[in-house]
Design a binder for this molecule. Structure first.
Ligand code: UDP
Ligand code: MG
Length: 318
C-alpha cells in the first residue's frame, strides 16, 4: 500500500484541487493507497473540508492536531499513522506536483529506501532563493552527516526507512536531516517545484529561521567550535599585542604606542560581542537539551478519522 502524508495549515482554497490531482495520479498507479491529511491547527475551514473529503472518499484519512504544532511536527504525526509499505511526504499547496510520483514509485521498486526530490528550479523570490541556496550549502559544509543539496521534505520512503525515522524521539525535528541520518539506499530525483497553487505562504520568516537553526544545531557542532576558534584567535592576537607593548615600553622611549581611549573601548566592545554571541550559541544547544529533558509528547491528536482500530493506538505520540 502507498501512504501519502500531507500537512495542512489553512489551505481551504487548495484541498479540493489537491485531492483531485493526487487521486488521479494514485488511481493510475494501480496499487491500494491512503491519503493522510494532517490538520496542523488550521483556523479556516480546512478541517471541515478534510472531514468532507474523508466522508466522500474512504482513501482519505484525517489526523487533527489540537493546535498549530508546525510543519515538521505535523508530518511526524502523519507518519506515525501511515500504514503503507511505500510512504510519500508532500506539501498540500501543490508545490510538490503529484504527477511526478509515478517516477518515484518506479525508483522505489528498484530497491531504494529513500528517494528524495531535488528542486531543479524554484519559482520564488530572489531573496528567498538566495537564502535557501546559501543555507543548504552551509549546512552541507557543517553537518556531520550527508544532507543532499536543494532537497526538502518531499520524498518517498520504504517501510524499513520509515520505521527507523518513527523511532527517533527528538523534539526539534529537522526531517530532511533525520532522513539523511538513516542511511540505507538513498537517491535523489530532480523535479520542477511549482508555484503555490493558491493562498499565502504559511511558513513565516520566524518559522523558517527556527527550521534553519534546527538544521544547524541538530546536525553540527561547528557553531560550538566557533567560540573556541574566536577565543584562540583573539588570545593569539592579544599575546602578540602584549609582546609589542612590552618591547615598546622597555626598549624604546615611547610610553604609549596607541593614544586615546577609542581603541580600548572598541576592543572591549568587540570582545563583549564575541562573548555574548558565544553564550547565545551555547544557549541554543541548551534550550534544545531542555526540550528533550522535559519529555513532553511531540503533538496531541484531537481527531483521527478513517483509521482502523489497529492504528488508533498511535493517537498520542510516544
Ligand atoms: N504547514 C503546516 N504548518 C505550519 C506551516 C505550514 O502544516 O505551521 C504546511 C502548509 O499547509 C503546506 C506546507 O506546510 O502544506 C508548506 O508550507 P508553505 O507552502 O507555506 O511553505 P513553503 O512551501 O514556502 O516552504
Ligand atoms: Mg509551499
Amino acid at each position: 500500500m502507498i501512504s501519502i502524508v500531507t500537512p495542512v495549515y489553512n489551505e481551504e482554497e487548495i484541498l479540493p484541487e489537491f485531492h483531485k490531482r493526487l487521486t488521479a495520479v494514485l488511481n493510475g498507479a494501480g496499487e491500494p493507497y491512503e491519503i493522510i491529511l494532517v490538520n496542523d491547527g488550521s483556523r479556516d475551514d480546512s478541517l471541515k473540508l478534510m472531514k468532507e473529503l474523508n466522508a466522500g472518499d474512504p482513501h482519505v484519512k484525517v489526523v487533527g492536531l489540537s493546535r498549530n504544532f508546525g510543519h515538521q511536527t505535523a508530518i511526524t504525526a502523519g507518519l506515525a499513522y501511515a500504514a503503507g509499505d511505500l510512504i510519500a511526504i508532500m506539501d498540500s499547496d501543490l508545490q510538490d506536483p503529484p504527477e511526478v510520483l509515478p517516477a518515484f514509485f518506479n525508483k522505489a521498486r528498484e530497491g531504494f529506501d529513500v528517494i528524495y526530490a531535488i528542486r531543479k528550479k524554484r519559482k520564488e523570490g530572489v531573496f528567498k532563493k538566495a537564502a535557501y541556496s546559501i543555507f543548504y550549502r552551509l549546512l552541507k559544509k557543517m553537518a556531520n552527516i550527508d544532507i543532499p543539496l536543494d532537497s526538502g521534505d518531499f520524498c518517498i520512503m520504504s517501510r524499513r526507512a520509515l520505521d527507523i525515522l518513527n523511532s527517533m524521539p527528538e523534539r526539534n525535528r529537522f526531517l530532511r536531516g533525520l532522513r539523511g541520518w538513516i542511511g540505507l539506499r538513498q537517491t535523489g530525483l530532480e523535479y520542477d517545484r511549482d508555484r503555490r497553487f493558491a493562498g499565502e505562504v504559511k511558513y513565516t520568516f520566524s518559522k523558517l529561521v527556527k527550521l534553519a537553526f534546527d538544521g544547524f544545531i541538530s546536525f553540527s557542532y561547528v557553531p560550538l567550535r566557533l567560540a573556541s576558534f574566536f577565543g584562540l584567535m583573539i588570545s593569539a592576537m592579544s599575546f602578540l599585542g602584549i609582546l609589542i607593548i612590552f618591547y615598546l615600553s622597555f626598549f624604546t622611549s615611547t610610553t604609549t604606542s596607541v593614544p586615546g581611549w577609542a581603541s580600548v573601548l572598541v576592543t572591549i566592545l568587540f570582545l563583549g560581542g564575541v562573548q555574548l554571541v558565544s553564550i547565545g550559541i551555547i544557549g541554543e544547544y541548551i534550550g534544545r537539551i531542555y526540550d528533550e529533558v522535559k519529555q513532553r509528547p511531540l503533538y496531541v491528536v484531537q481527531d483521527a478519522l478513517g483509521f482502523d482500530a489497529k492504528n488508533e493506538g498511535r493517537a498520542v505520540s510516544r
